[in-house]
Design a binder for this molecule. Structure first.
Ligand code: SF4
Length: 384
């Protein structure tokens, strides 16, 4: 298919990107997830996986360039000159469409990063993916960083030379949803990958020079498998030694297959305090050199962050600090986090916030000061 001369001022966008890619230009290279069976994931359920044609992706990149050029034009006409980020900020308040919003946000942040959507871009033929990345960087030369989601299993199947080729084409980082390193849990959750495949895929990505970010779901083992989930996930990560480990906390809602297991009693969700004990064991067992990042709103203690191994004690100290609070204060903090009043443990010292949380506890508990686990889990659903 030949490229049309005048690119439109809109392009296709997928539903999600990692929190760390909030300011990236989003280019959709496939639609949905080729696996789509994980019980804890609702994002693409009911949607059919599709590869996209290289020409379609190039067309979208040209459309992004058209929008970028228009914003730059507006910048000059509005007296901002080459300060396009300032013009982009104005467009953000009233964008003509989502593609404009994405390009404006990307320009506002400096225009350096792009994220390739959706769930597993490595499934594309290597030469086609490399062609799209090269075209992206040639068309929008301000882009110095290109990242994407991938599955371990697909990474494990690629030849090392193919991954090296993608790195040379400009692929800077892969985000892999590892979730767990414990085989019975991976199987129970229909993740479609084994711990050995996680290791093989992860190590190959690291060896290729592409930066690797592995995602772990805290609480995924529930009350039954939490201990093995913590220790085996740490074991697998120690073998891979990725650049980043990012944690998110399991949150279940009715669009996930896991919801039915929760209702039938086949899965028992851990409490916030139990998940923190799990995270403590997990961190204790980590012996890698990764950056540990807790940048998801579902995590109880987002301040647990640092570079391993040197920051391990500091990270564990945050957990100790929470665990040494009285039961009443622990409950206050959990509710404060789950209704979005607290960001970190220090926020408890703000008497206005503390009092607001106490009032919420009084209302939710109908005066008896006890908040049950189900109420907390229901509050968390609001975050996803
Ligand atoms: S592989 Fe990723 S996107 Fe696909 S179903 Fe599993 S968690 Fe969801």
């Amino acid at each position: 298919m030949a490229l049309i001369k005048q690119a439109p001022d809109s392009f296709e966008l997928g539903p999600i990107r990692p929190p760390s890619e909030a300011y990236s230009l989003l280019i959709r290279v496939t639609r949905n997830c080729p696996w789509n069976q994980c019980k804890f994931c609702h994002t693409y359920k009911g949607e059919k996986f599709q590869l996209r044609l290289v020409e379609e992706m190039k067309q979208d990149i040209l459309a992004a360039k058209t929008i970028q050029d228009r914003i730059k034009e507006i910048s000059w006409k509005s007296g901002y000159g080459d300060r396009a980020p300032e013009a982009a900020r104005i467009i953000l308040s009233n964008p003509p469409n989502q593609a404009y919003y994405n390009v404006a946000l990307w320009l506002y942040a400096g225009g350096e990063s792009a994220f390739l959507q959706d769930a597993n871009s490595l499934i594309i033929k290597t030469n086609e993916l490399a062609e799209v990345i090269r075209f992206l960087k040639q068309t929008l030369p301000s882009i110095s960083r290109v990242t994407s989601y991938a599955r371990s299993k697909t990474a494990a199947k690629k030849k090392l030379e193919e991954l090296i080729g993608l790195h040379e084409a400009g692929l800077s980082r892969l985000h892999i949803g590892m979730e767990s390193g414990y085989d019975p849990l991976l199987q129970h959750m229909d993740k479609g990958v084994t711990a050995a495949e996680h290791i093989a895929g992860g190590k190959k990505v690291v060896a290729s020079g592409i930066s690797l970010c592995e995602y772990v779901v805290l609480g995924l083992g529930g009350k039954k498998m939490w201990r093995e989930h913590a220790t085996q996930t740490a074991r697998v990560l120690n073998e891979i030694d990725p650049d980043f480990i990012r944690v998110r906390t399991l949150t279940i809602h009715d669009k996930m297959p896991l919801y039915n297991e929760l209702k039938s009693g086949n899965f028992t969700q851990s409490t916030d305090e139990e998940i923190l004990a799990e995270e403590k064991l997990f961190i204790e067992r980590l012996e890698c050199h990764s950056n540990y990042v807790s940048d998801h709103i579902t995590n109880l203690l987002q301040e647990i962050e640092g570079k391993l191994p040197q920051d391990k004690d500091k990270m564990l100290a945050s957990i100790d600090r929470f665990q040494s609070l009285s039961p009443k204060e622990r409950s206050n903090f959990i509710v404060g986090r789950r209704v979005g009043i607290y960001t970190n443990l220090d926020d408890r010292a703000n008497s206005r916030k503390h009092q607001a949380v106490e009032q919420i506890i009084h209302r939710l508990s109908q005066g008896n000061s006890h908040i049950d686990d189900e109420t907390i889990h229901n509050l968390m659903e609001g975050f996803i």
